[in-house]
Design a protein. Sequence first.
Length: 480
Amino acid sequence: MSNINDFLIQDGILLKYEGTDADVVIPDGIGQIGSWAFTDKTDVKSIVIPEGVTTIMNHAFSGCTQLVAINIPQSVSVIKDGVFYRCSALESVKLPHSNIALGNGIFGGCTQMKRLEIPQGMEKINGDSFRGMDNLETVVIPASVKSITSLAFSRSKHIKEYIVDEANEHYCSVDGVLYNKNMDKILACPQTKEGKFIIPESVKTIGFSAFSNCESITEVVLHNGITEIEAVAFSRCSKLEKIDLPESLTTIGQDAFHECNLIREVYIPASVSAIGESGNDVFGKGVESITVDPRNKKYTTIDGMLYTMKGKNLQYCPEGKKGEINLPDKLTNINGAAFSGCSMITAVNIPQSVKKIGISAFYNCSGLKEIVIPDGIKEVKEACFEGCTALEKVSLPDGMVMIESRAFKDCTSLKEIVLPDSVYKIGMNTFAENTVVTCSADIFKKLPNENKTSTALAYFADTSRFGDELTEAINAFVKK
């Protein structure tokens, strides 16, 4: 029995253990183990918790790096966030019952814990409760589980198998892979799987994050019958070189192939009617060209780029595109993030027909050197050219009224920009610190009358980056 004087206790709460014993027995009469009570007690190897304890608070045992054994009594109903965080010698913990409420990351950093058995009776596996179990290899799911959130084990890169009780009415496992009971949806492939993976014929949907971070899979065979690939389904499959999309496919989710950077070409079947939220960030950085079946009623390609509205709306430019880009004369809209991350593009010729350029349209186009914005554009949207570090020259049209926040942030090669007199609003952090902004003092004639008595800073929030002429005009306006 540990010395009672080693425990700081107040109103039934164990606030702090101050002893040095390797084997600790917590005294009776405790209802709660407080936050950080045993934190970084590196001498402790085993802990006995008495019946009567109902709550274990945040990080109560975190950093007990020599802890190898701990019992959790049936009386415990709440285990808060990070309770066993960085208990790197702990190999297993038996959860007492199914009604226990679990916080986030309770076993994060428990590098020796390789097997997790969910207690029979538990119905839901929370997405964050088992976060950070980096060396987890086996997950055992009982018959009682009805719901598993999509990201429950997504950060556990060493899982080799999911084992589901055959009596479970909602889930099953085959060869260590987790499916729904009917096997028409694949939910989680262990990230240790290697080489070629053949999707079973019964599967119609590739679930959210199902193959995310499967870095050793080189090929996935998708049969005709699959209708949907959900968001981030194959994200960061870094060795995946090729994907053949089946003729039955209708939906490709956002970031479905994000950072699958060895894929060079993508063929979109006639059946596909939805690609991501905007079409961008669906495929990896290595994609150089997209081809669409000419029978497709929604999408088309021009020069390897993805369009909708029969070529009037540019949805996505592959990040592997290089050099100068000439956009078609019938184009009216450039989607948000359409060119985001296209670092090898040096020039984009935008036709006068374009009336709208979306948020972050050219974000991080670090090779882009010059841009002429068409006459019909009234606003430069938020982060539109942010991170275009090679951008040296920008031509803004007469009639432009607004430049939103971060529009030219980190455009460090842009030494000067001239504002048309029509501009009356500029957001925060709009330009790089070395960009000089100049314009005529006549710009203030465009300010709305109801704001004449307020400071011009409400419209020109980034005055520290303005040139002398504009700064002088602002100061004169403010004094009026």
